[in-house]
Design a protein around this ligand. Structure first.
Ligand code: ADP
Ligand code: MG
Length: 627
């Protein structure tokens, strides 16, 4: 094939040159690849005609197997067969301990902060396992479409944090796949239905898969999807439907013993196939004969509905919570998009429709809808639609801030700002003679750094000393289209700079993000109070330190004993006030001390000027404060 040419997304191409780009849904249970051909987005099958690739990787004796082949071996060789690896993406070794017993793998306890799973082919990280899945899908695309693959849009859950997104990009790089963009799964589903070009307003994406439930409330505004709220249950899905149906079968058969693991597995399989059949039939005959279990019966649609209704109600409750978090009501929702295999169950469609009071969108295969949306987006990004301005933007899920004196978080980019985005803010030095500044990047809505998540720290060093407040340090936060952050700092007078790509400390769970958001709302007024208090405390400290330094230098020379006494009294008052938790009190004490010092300050200024005229420079003076 000809040499691969890659140019910037968005550049126009000659009409006959359709550039191949794919959308990939990298799922917990199943993954898919899709592309746009003849203006139609479609998922690509493997050589057996299967579109869904089970997200399962087996490290075999000689080969690495991915998908159906790996699934077949999962029972025989569980410790070398990795399933649901998506749940481990971007997680530190320490985080995985909490998964504990439920996980069949052994985790390596090496010194790396990245979690690794022990297999017969050595220790593998979640990124490496995901890369195998991506490689398989890439090869499927190349086999169908030819070599000239420009790149891929890969979808991730809306609640994925920086670490999880970075891990997904790393996996793509390892699979030698050019990532055009990471796209939120609910956004992709909305795009598949063309909602991005439709009426502006609130859209709900209801995603019920095999083992997880996600609800996302989005708002479309000027071509941008804003994530208003995400919620769900990471341990609720179609597998739980199977479970209650299997229990029911045991009951019907009046089976009193504890079923063996193999009987449970068999019943679960029967339950699943009965459930799936009930998506199109009114009733289904079931016949199970195994070990000492023998039963034959009929499961009707209404019987199944009774069994699974409590589970569906749980998802509805999560929807209600998310609407509340988003501060919208069910009537505000324009469209409800159904995603995930379990939304084929009629009772699910009905109950979701009832709750939102509108027919949910189901015309696109719920397994494929995310991949289809990703493919449409990839097509645009690959430049196949010259002049098409539809460039979807996502928003950042949690505010990005910087630590300022007193442990406060100063937000630089606010939550829900569309990306890509760059914002700069100027800071200055706190002390005379300061030549370095620590930059601490935090994520979260709370006012105090301790309540936010620490993303990165770096130092800007080696700028020339000057008086406090004279240095001008511009800190720039830049978030690229994939939601990844670069922070740089530059002292503008000297040009000294430093920067860091944020590779966040791994491991913030979805529920932690939700908790962080909820906490910030719950604590808003507490936080404002702590913020004002800290600010006044910092100011008090600064005033006292500056005063002490000045007194040491020229207090005896410029002040009478009486004046010194007054100042010292006011200083004492402020030191005591600072220890209180009353910001107004501290503010008043600062004012008092400043008044007591007014004459002294004026005298110092004059004396400085005199000194300068005697051949000294003010800078030299300032320099004497250097530590
Ligand atoms: P995930 O999002 O976890 O990767 P999927 O979206 O592929 O999962 O959904 C898998 C679930 O969908 C399984 O529980 C499966 O039983 C269920 N499912 C698939 N087809 C049907 C159907 N026809 N009726 C009901 N449930 C179905
Ligand atoms: Mg899914």
């Amino acid at each position: 094939m000809a040499l691969l040419q890659i140019s910037e997304p968005g550049q126009t191409t000659a009409p006959h040159q359709h550039r191949l780009a794919v959308g990939i849904d990298l799922g917990t249970t199943n993954s898919l690849v899709a592309t746009v051909r003849s203006a139609q987005a479609q998922t690509l099958p493997d050589e057996n005609g299967h579109h869904l690739l089970p997200s399962v990787v087996r490290y075999g004796e000689e080969v690495i197997e991915v998908g159906d082949a790996a699934v077949e071996h999962a029972v025989k060789d569980p410790s070398n067969t990795i399933v649901s690896v998506k749940r481990l993406m971007g997680r530190a070794a320490a985080d995985l301990k909490s998964l504990g017993e439920s996980s069949p793998y052994e985790f390596s306890t090496g010194d790396s902060s990245v979690a690794k799973i022990k297999t017969r082919s050595g220790d593998v990280s979640a990124v490496e396992v995901s890369a195998e899945i991506l490689k398989t899908l890439k090869n499927r695309a190349i086999a169908t479409l030819g070599d000239d693959l420009v790149g891929a849009v890969i979808t991730v859950p809306a609640y994925f944090d920086d670490a999880q997104r970075q891990a997904t990009k790393d996996a793509a790089r390892l699979a030698d796949l050019n990532v055009l963009r990471l796209l939120n799964e609910p956004t992709a589903a909305a795009v598949a239905y063309g909602l991005d070009t439709g009426q502006e307003g609130v859209i709900a994406i209801y995603d019920l898969g095999g083992g997880t439930f996600d609800i996302s409330i989005l708002r479309l505004k000027q071509g941008v999807f804003e994530v208003l709220a995400t919620g769900g249950d990471s341990a609720l899905g179609g597998d739980d439907f199977d479970h209650v149906i299997a229990e029911w079968m045991l009951q019907q058969a009046a089976y009193k013993k504890t079923p063996s693991p193999s009987l449970v597995r068999l019943l679960m399989r029967e339950a699943r196939s009965a459930k799936e059949q009930l998506a199109s039939d009114n009733e289904v005959n079931i016949k199970v004969e195994a070990e000492d279990f023998k039963w034959q019966g009929v499961l009707s649609l209404s019987q199944m509905r009774d069994l699974i209704e409590p589970l569906i109600k749980k998802t509805i409750m999560a929807c209600r919570r998310s609407l509340r978090d988003a501060d919208v009501s069910a009537e505000d929702v324009l469209e409800v998009v159904m995603v995930g295999g379990s939304t084929r169950t009629l009772a699910v469609r009905e109950m979701v429709g009832e709750f939102f009071q509108r027919e949910p969108l189901v015309s696109i295969d719920p397994d494929k809808v995310v991949a289809v949306g990703a493919a449409l987006q990839a097509d645009v990004l690959a430049g196949n639609k010259p002049g098409d301005e539809m460039l979807l933007l996502d928003v950042i899920p949690l505010s990005l801030g910087i630590e300022t004196m007193g442990g406060l978080s100063e937000k630089i980019i606010y939550r829900n700002t569309p990306i890509p985005v760059a914002k700069a803010q100027d800071f200055t030095t706190y002390k005379d003679g300061q030549t370095a500044m620590a930059v601490h990047v935090v994520q979260g809505e709370r006012e105090l750094v301790d309540d936010c998540r620490s993303l990165a720290r770096f130092d800007l060093r080696g700028f020339p000393p000057s008086v406090a407040g004279a240095a001008r340090i511009r800190v720039t936060y830049q978030v690229d289209a994939d939601g990844l952050l670069t922070v740089s700092a530059r002292e503008e007078n000297s040009g000294v700079e430093a920067s860091v790509d944020v590779k966040p400390s791994y491991g913030l769970t979805d529920s932690e993000i939700e908790t962080m958001l909820r906490d910030s709302m719950d604590h808003a007024s507490d936080d404002m109070h702590s913020r004002m208090l800290r600010e006044q405390q910092v100011e008090a400290e600064r005033v006292v330190e500056a005063l002490d330094a000045a007194l040491k230098k020229d207090g005896d020379e410029l002040l009478s004993e009486e004046e010194k006494g007054n100042i010292s009294e006011a200083r004492e008052l402020l030191v005591n006030a600072k220890a209180s938790d009353d910001s107004e009190n501290i503010k008043a004490a600062i004012k008092k001390l400043e008044n007591a010092c007014a004459d002294y300050v004026a005298r110092r200024m004059n004396s400085n000027i005199r000194n300068a005229m005697q051949g000294h420079s003010v800078e030299e003076y300032a320099g004497k404060d250097q530590e």
